[in-house]
Structure formats: C-alpha cells, structure tokens
Design a binder for this molecule. Sequence first.
Ligand code: PEP
Ligand code: MN
Length: 360
Amino acid sequence: MENSKEMRTWLNDMALPHPLVIAGPCSAETEQQVLKIAHELKDTDVNYYRAGIWKPRTRPGNFEGVGAIGLKWLQKVKEETGLKTATEVANKAHVDLALEHDVDLLWIGARSTVSPFIMQELADALEGTDKVVLVKNPVNPDLSLWLGGIERLHTAGIKKLGAIHRGFSTYQKTKYRNIPEWQLAIEFQNRFPDLPLINDPSHITGKRDMIFDVSQTALDLNFDGLMIETHWDPDNAWSDAAQQITPKTLVQIMQDLKIRKETDEEAEYNSKLNNLRAQIDVIDNQLIQTLGERMKVSDGIGELKKQKNVAVLQTNRWNAILGKMILEGESRGLSEEFVLRMFKAIHQESINHQEKILKA
Ligand code: PEP
Ligand code: MN
C-alpha cells in the first residue's frame, strides 16, 4: 500500500473536523433508545452516530443485537438529526443490508479482523463502495493481521479507508479491558502515516472513568479521531454498561481534551513535541513494567537459592550477562559506560530483592 498518501485525503475531502468523533451506544436496543441518544448528541462535536446492530458476543446467551430492524432506526436518526450513521458488519449479509439502508460508515470488529476468510468476504462484498470503512485491530496484538485486513479492502478499491485502535486481549490481569499496546499503534502510524487512525477508548478501558485519559494519550499520539460509546442510561445498557458514558459526559470530555491543531508553525512545533513526548511516556511505562517483571523473576531465583542454601551473588553469571548486554547495547547505539551503569543498578536491585527473600 505504497500510495497510502491518497487515503487520508478523504478526511479532508469530506471536510471532516479534527478530531473525528464517532459516538452512540454499544448496541441499538430499542427505537426509542436509539433516537433519544441521537437527539442528545445532535448539536455536539459528534460526526457519526454509532450503534451495534449485530453484536459479536464472546459467550452465547448475552444480548446479540436487534438485527436488521435497527437499520431502520438508524435511518430515522439521519432523517431527524442529520447525523451520519455507523454500524459493525461481520459478513456479506450485514454489508448488503447496511448498504441498502444507506449506513454511512461501516466498521469491522476486532473478532472479524483476526480472520482472513472473513476479511476477504467483507472486501468482496464492499468492493468499490464509497462508504467509509474502518478496520478495528484484531483481538490479538498482531500488526500484520491488522494491515492485511486493510490491504484486502484497499485492493477491493475502497478509498475511504481507516483503522480503529481498540486495544488487545491479554491473559494477564491489567487495569484495562484490552491493553492499548501503544507502541503497536505507533508502529502502525509509522508504516502508514496517511491512513486515518481512530482510537476507541471505550473498549480499551472497559471503564468510563478511564476514558478521558486514554483519549488524551491518543490525541497526543496524533490519532485522527475517537470512537466513544455513549448511552442515555449507561448503567442499564444491554451491553458494555461499565464503559458507556452519557452524552453530557461526552460533551465535557470533548471540552476538556487538549486538541492539538497544526495551524501555525508554533502549533506544529508543539504538536510534534507532544507527539514525541507521548511516545517517550509509552516507552518509559514499558521500561518500568519490564523492570518490575524482571524483579519478579529475581524473586523466583531468590526462592530457589533459599531452598538450596546457595549464595545470592554468582559472579560468573553476572559477568556473562554484562558482556552480552554491552555488545547488544553497542549495536543499538548505547555507550558501554551507560550499559554498565544501568546494569549495575538493575543487578543491585535484584540482589536486594533476593536478599530480602533469603532473610525472610
Ligand atoms: C463495538 O464496537 O461495540 C465492538 C463490539 O467492538 P470490538 O470489535 O472492538 O470488540
Ligand atoms: Mn461495545
């Protein structure tokens, strides 16, 4: 996809503002619910009104969406409020129905992006459409699957193409519902700087009180827009209740977010600086997490040594690590002096951890 340059132009051609805002309920529940939320979002920053009509649920038995009838409700939203509409499609039948009902933006969900078969079926069904099509990242942190899905759509002649970053599933327990793995989104942007990228803080956080923070990080990282689940009565939503916010909260969040515009030289400088700083923050967080994990492994070694009554300091092993890391550091432009100092500090912390265990 060398010609990704032409892709971003649809945002400008359609005179869409920055950031693009897609909001609305996780699921269409009733006609009244769909219209009530839409009217509350009518005179806000929202550009596209989202509502899931077919819901991919992890376990059967949960609410699986109202189906095609909901498309009529979305048509009413457009007539009554002028908002453009958006829904998820996961097979050819969904695509045909959504296009018949003139849905303006179709997104492909994380559970579909993982399957090249589904992606090809969708690309064939969407061939040549001038609707906006956004591809969510796959459930697992696999950049190639994500890009592969986009490439299939690009090959099918879809011009108004973009991506949605909704975080990644992990077995570890974290404060997120789906961990953001920002470095993957950064890599995505580096590979295709002109492909619009939207952030979905709702599915990343799973919790409404974290949405502002993740949205701000996304804007600092130069994302083009936000998709935020919004419901008039979030606690009683039929799906994803904990992460939905009210239209009023959405308006407040949009007001509070620092939106960086590239209007003059000063602003461009600041925007670049903020972007780089946000990248540094992501990497620093990873460093701390990785160091924390390393110390946990050290604790495990401490336990073993305690059982066998072995000394904490093993000089041979330490010298071997240092030698390897100095070479590795050199190949990445890090000075020997820096690598030595850093590893001495890490080693010391490791020894402290192990001693604590041996003394316990
Ligand atoms: C959704 O947007 O409601 C949804 C199901 O998202 P995802 O595919 O990211 O899980
Ligand atoms: Mn949802």
